[in-house]
Design a protein around this ligand. Sequence first.
Ligand code: DQA
Length: 153
Amino acid sequence: MLLPLTILVLHGPNLNLLGQREPGIYGSLTLAAINELLVAEGLRLQATVLPVQSNHEGVLVDAIHEALGKYQGILINAGAYTHTSVALRDAIAGVNLPTVEVHLSNIYRREDFRHHSYIAPVVIGQISGFGVQSYLLGFQALVHHLRAGNGKS
Ligand code: DQA
């Protein structure tokens, strides 16, 4: 039998605008559509997905803290907080739950200020540049990591 898993999917600021926000960069799928794809992939992989979006740094920090004991891992697109937030980085390091960082766009092909991620050093890995596939690949990688027996990052 497969290890039952529950994964917190965190979406940061402005990702609620997906579908209408700079579609040339972020694609035309809405956040609801991305969440539906993740839930469907979760059914296939026998992992429950709980998506949360917030535009507020503290709400994201709280969600990471509350993940302890409830979720086995975290998939996060921290949006612009990727490039600014020591608090998110410290929250991920603090709970020590295996976490995968994803970005729709390739942050390394964009403006210099997007090239640095505060959270990259405290996650298992990062997938950037594949649109919605970044989320699906990141989710698969996280589930694989957890089922391979890596309960802690
Ligand atoms: C993003 C990239 C960030 O630089 C940006 O601020 C976002 C979205 C992405 O998914 O490509 O909001 O995380």
